[in-house]
Every structure is written in structure tokens, then in C-alpha cells.
Design a protein around this ligand. Sequence first.
Ligand code: KG4
Ligand code: ZN
Length: 350
Amino acid sequence: MRLVLGIESSCDETAAALVRLHADGRREIVAQRIASQDEEHRPYGGVVPEIAARAHVERVTPLVAATLGDAGLGLGDVDAIAATAGPGLIGGVMVGLVTAKALAMAGDKPLIAINHLEGHALSPRLADPELEFPYLLLLASGGHCQLLRVEGVGQYRRLATTIDDALGEAFDKTAKILGLGYPGGPAVERLAAEGDPKAVPLPRPLLGSADPNFSFAGLKSAVLRARDAGVHEAADIAAAFQQAAIDCVIDRSRRALDAAGPVNALVVAGGVAANKAIRAALEGLAGERGLRFVAPPLPLCTDNAAMIAWAGLERLGAAGFAPDGLDFVARPRWPLDPEAAPVRGAGVKA
Ligand code: KG4
Ligand code: ZN
């Protein structure tokens, strides 16, 4: 039985969690707390890095203490401390990582520096102990849109990435264009449910292309033009945008499945995985291919610390585990697949 404390601070959520791996393989989120910064960033329509970093400083220590308190545990009870060490908004990442280093030093515990993307990539295994490697993962968040063959802990083969905007970013920009406020993804999804996706013709960038990657910038510009035309209902634009995005995601995922070789499941993770229409479309594709479809429960899709603690547990249990040094430096960029060729625009943000 092992217990890991996880800390997440790479964007606009300060989060702490305690996750236990039982001897029989059961995974248990013992306690978790998330302090959202939506209120701080809302006036600006997006995350302001400096405001985020300051908010993390104020919140992280009391949050860790409260999470341990919720579980009735102390630092002495944990086996390791895992923290997001990148990629992300560097000020926030440094706050969480330095906190973890201090706790590791004070408690004489191993430090595990986690790649935030690895947290998302392994999060489906926290919720579903039956999910075995390898699986094809659509990792779609505010800063990333990638298709990865997840082959094991620390082993990721990138099959596609975005050449411009991330999928969550496209949702957020559409929300801004339609005046839906921040955060945008859930607001676009809600409005889309009331609209007719066929009422507004929008492009499907790269659909059917031999290029494996994603592109969403043209779609966003088309949303802007549709709004400026002044003849469409906002709900119809939202529905048409969401459907265009889904068509692109399914086309690209189908292509990646063709290229991936054998996999055990089609999996979606990252904040955009909270979108029910996208989940349903991916589930349909998995069914078409006779594959299992796995999506973590909604609170595990958006940024959280349980996935960071879980990635720590996975690393702790992997062959050849060695703790990270207290000199580990926070990384603004940190590709999961270092062999994949860099693509213009990909991974510009978190
Ligand atoms: O993984 P995440 O919480 O943070 C990053 O690491 O980026 O993802 C946040 C992104 C945002 O762009 C947000 O708009 C999007 O996920 N998102 C959604 C939904 N919920 C969150 N996008 C579409 N539909 C949703 N329901
Ligand atoms: Zn994330």
C-alpha cells in the first residue's frame, strides 16, 4: 500500500490531493481540494500569469494542510510528494514545485517531479484499474491537442499535434467571440445544446488530409466571421462550432488509430474531455473499431492534483524508479515524446 501527496499549480487551479494504491490494485482518492481562480481571471477573459502565480503563493500551503487534515493524516504518513514541474505558466509551476521540495525536505520524503501532460495521460488509469497499456489517447486541454500512443509509464509516442490553436483554446476563443465569458468550454457546450449545428456552415480544417495533425485557427476565424455577419443565433454558431470541432477530432483520431498499431482502448483526457458531445462521438468511433472507450470522470478531466499524485504512484511503482533531486528546475515546456518533431504553434502554452 502506498500513499502519495500531489500538488498541481500549472495554470489557474491550485490543487492538492492524497491518493492511495492498495495492495490489491485498488486506487483511492483519500482527499482532495481544488481552489479555482476563475473569479480573479474573469475580468480579463483569460488567465493572467502573474495573477495566477500570486494566487498560488497565497493558497498552496493552507490547501496542502487542509487536504492532509481532511484525511486525518500528517506528512509523516505519505510515501512521496509529487508536484507538477511543467509544462505550464512558469510562475505557478515554480510555486507548486518549491512547496513540494520544501515538504520533501522537511519530511525526508522522495520528491517526484511530474510532467503535467503525463498526469493527464495516466489519469484514466486512476479511474479504471482495468485500463492496460498500450492505448490511444486524445489529450485535449487549453494548451494542447495531441494524439499519443501511451505505451507505458514514461513511454509516449506522439502521432499528431495541433499546428496552431489547442482544442480547449478554440472553445475558449469561441466563447469570447460569442460573449460567453470565461472559462469558455463549458459555456460553449451549454449553448451548443440549444442550437442547430447545420444552421451555420463552418470549415473542417485538415479533414481527410494525409497530414496527421490538427488545426483549429481557421475554424476560430470562421466563427468570428459568422458572428460579424450578424444573421446567426449565437446558439447556432456554438452548435456549428462544436460539431466542426468534433468532425475534426473524429477524423484525426480515426487516422491515428490506423497508424498506431494494436491498442487496448481509445481514451480521452484533459479539460476538453469534460465535453459530453465529444465523449459521445469518440465512444462511437471506439465502437466502430471494436475498442473499449475510456474517459475519466469529469472532475479528473480538468486540472486536478489527484492525477498528479496518481502519476507519482505510477512512477514510484515503475521499474528503476529514482526520486528527483531537490535541484529539479521547473520547465515551461516539456514534451511527452521528445523524439517527435517540433511543430509550429504546438504546445505554446500549458
Ligand atoms: O486540462 P485543463 O483543465 O487545463 C489545461 O491544462 O489547459 O483544460 C482546460 C481547457 C479549457 O480550454 C476549457 O475551456 C476546456 O478545457 N474545457 C472544455 C470543457 N470543459 C473544459 N472544453 C469543451 N467543453 C467542455 N465542457
Ligand atoms: Zn491540464
